[in-house]
Design a protein around this ligand. Structure first.
Ligand SMILES: NC(=O)c1ccc[n+]([C@@H]2O[C@H](COP(=O)([O-])OP(=O)(O)OC[C@H]3O[C@@H](n4cnc5c(N)ncnc54)[C@H](O)[C@@H]3O)[C@@H](O)[C@H]2O)c1
Length: 341
């Protein structure tokens, strides 16, 4: 298969590229990524010279650029990871979220309609369902839970989901959508909770926790997410939404304390800061459908996944230190600048 993976220089997209190239070595991947602050080309260094991999620096909102790639590559499948993904940034500046997450999605799907496609897959989030109260542990998000968003980020993702389903109904585009809970693992940008806490703890810097840190998230190891998307691409039913979650709910504060414990740092580094505006209390996914229909189950227990993740950040200090000091943004010029790409 020829697969276009958008946003592949980011956290989950890069892990997905590694997963697919290993699992299906005959597939070819064309990664489209415009390398925002969250895109790090050095992440893709291990596959950059593989003959069945091509990187193209491209904004998914660039219609002519996207059409040109479809003409050159005749993709069978598009998996759209490209997004502005940080809730705090969406509160500061919503517009870029609407542009990339909604308009970018429509451009990709227009290309799929124009050139034909076997599958368009939209990578979405459990945040489209809003939040659940802390005192109702019996409640979970199902695929038919009404969309009820809180932040400009989740609203832009929900809008994209609705657009994807509309393209299926109106134009018969063969789409699938997955809505996943919080991911953690290697190559996550150190502005997100787990890598931020690891990086700050290693530098003996304060560990900023919103409010009391009681917000609950359902954490999934990134490779389990990649496996679920791969299963949906191969065996999922067109026109369907699949929830993906780890049944692994943790309070933010407990995660931070765990990181302190593993790194042997004092909890006195924890600093409670003013809560995020509109902060969702609890997310919890019911993944019964993907389990029953496709046989997917998370394989990595949180206690193992968090150890693997912390160890990865210890073993790959240069990767995240280059992000913290801004050096990573020079990598593209070093790789491609002279070739004028
Ligand atoms: N991280 C999570 O826990 C999580 C959970 C559920 C769903 N998701 C979804 O998964 C997807 C990937 O998330 P992530 O955490 O890897 O994000 P990320 O921020 O790490 O990566 C996003 C990537 O998209 C690229 N990008 C942004 N705008 C672009 C544009 N206009 N054109 C081309 N490329 C562009 C960036 O350069 C970056 O490489 C997102 O759609 C997100 O909503 C994430």
């Amino acid at each position: 298969m020829n697969i276009i993976v958008t946003g592949g220089a980011g956290f989950i997209g890069s892990n997905f590229i590694f997963y697919v190239l290993k699992k299906h070595p005959k597939d070819r991947i064309i990664c489209l990524d415009c390398l925002t602050y969250a895109g790090n080309l050095s992440t893709l260094a291990p596959v950059m010279n593989q003959p069945n991999f091509r990187f193209v620096k491209l904004d998914i909102c660039d219609r002519q650029g996207v059409y040109k790639i479809f003409e050159e590559e005749h993709p069978d499948v598009v998996v759209n990871f490209a997004a502005e993904s940080h809730v705090d940034r969406s509160i500061e500046n919503p517009e870029i979220f609407l542009q990339t997450n909604i308009i970018g999605t429509s451009v990709l799907m227009d290309a799929c309609r124009k050139y034909g496609i076997r599958r368009y897959h939209q990578v979405s989030t459990d945040e489209v369902y809003g939040d659940l109260p802390l005192d109702r542990p019996d409640l979970f998000f199902h695929e038919d839970t009404p969309i009820h968003t809180s932040s400009p980020y989740s609203t832009s993702k929900a809008s994209a989901d609705l657009l994807v389903m509309a393209y299926h109904r109106t134009y018969g585009l063969p789409v699938t959508v997955s809505r996943c809970s919080n991911n953690y693992g290697p190559y996550q940008f150190p502005e997100k909770l787990i890598p931020l806490m690891i990086a700050n703890a290693l530098a003996d810097k304060p560990l900023p926790v919103y409010g009391e840190g009681l917000n609950v998230r359902d954490w999934l190891y990134v490779e389990d997410h990649c496996k679920a998307i791969d299963m949906i691409l191969h065996n999922g039913t067109v026109g369907e939404v699949y929830n993906i979650g780890g049944h692994n709910e943790m309070k933010n504060i407990d995660i931070v304390k765990l990181i302190c414990k593993y790194l042997q740092k004092p909890e006195s580094l924890i600093e409670h800061v003013q809560d995020r505006k509109g902060h969702d209390m609890r997310y919890a996914i019911d993944p019964t459908k993907i389990h029953d229909e496709l046989g997917w189950l998370p394989e990595t227990m949180f206690k193992d996944g968090i150890r693997l993740t912390i160890q990865w950040y210890l073993d790959n200090r240069k990767w995240w230190e280059n992000i913290v000091n801004g050096e990573y943004q020079n990598y593209y010029n070093e790789m491609y600048g002279k070739k004028g790409l």
